[in-house]
Design a protein around this ligand. Structure first.
Ligand code: OFO
Length: 171
């Protein structure tokens, strides 16, 4: 059983993961129409992953005597100035999620809720991986600047990453 304060904070996390999923889907659409095919595949995949993060929270709440709520959310942006600003926004979003997860972990300790604390460790690790991945991409973008052939190769690399994560080619 989870306490009411934990349930409320987990609900907010559901909304945050849902927003990540929808903003990454919108980024995939932008990349698709701008000709960044690999980047689009990468973000279609990221969007699916964020939905999975959201569902894990939904099941955790429902399996522990709570009742998960699916809140209305703001529409994500549709356009970005360029690929650099798009990835900067991804890092900001992920840093926001990390901060929120850490606050949830602090709350679970305050509430002495060991089940939630244990459950949240998966998110702590996931966020470290995700932030690392995005920082690596941003560093590459910084080196490339607006070099077209370099950006083309990076786009291809992102497409390969998505295909590796999704060998069935469903992205
Ligand atoms: Fe990376 O946002 Fe989910 O956890």
């Amino acid at each position: 059983m989870i306490s009411k304060p934990i349930e409320k904070a987990l609900q907010q996390q559901i909304a945050l993961e849902a927003y990540s999923s929808s903003v990454y889907l919108s980024m995939a659409c932008w990349a698709d129409v701008e000709g960044f095919e690999g980047t689009a595949a990468f973000f279609y995949k990221q969007s699916d992953e964020e939905r999975m993060h959201m569902l894990k929270l939904v099941h955790f709440i429902n399996d522990n005597d709570g009742h998960a709520q699916i809140a209305k959310q703001d529409a994500p942006p549709r356009n970005w100035k360029d690929i650099h600003s798009l990835f900067r926004e991804v890092l900001e979003q992920e840093q926001k999620v990390t901060q929120s997860i850490h606050e949830l972990v602090n709350l679970s300790l305050k509430e002495k809720d060991h089940a939630s604390h244990n459950f949240l460790q998966w998110y702590v690790n996931e966020q470290m991986e995700e932030e690392k991945q995005i920082k690596t991409i941003l560093n590459k973008l910084k080196i490339l600047g607006n070099d077209g052939s370099g950006l083309y190769l990076l786009d291809r690399e992102l497409g390969e990453r998505a295909a590796m994560a999704d060998p069935e080619g469903e992205a």
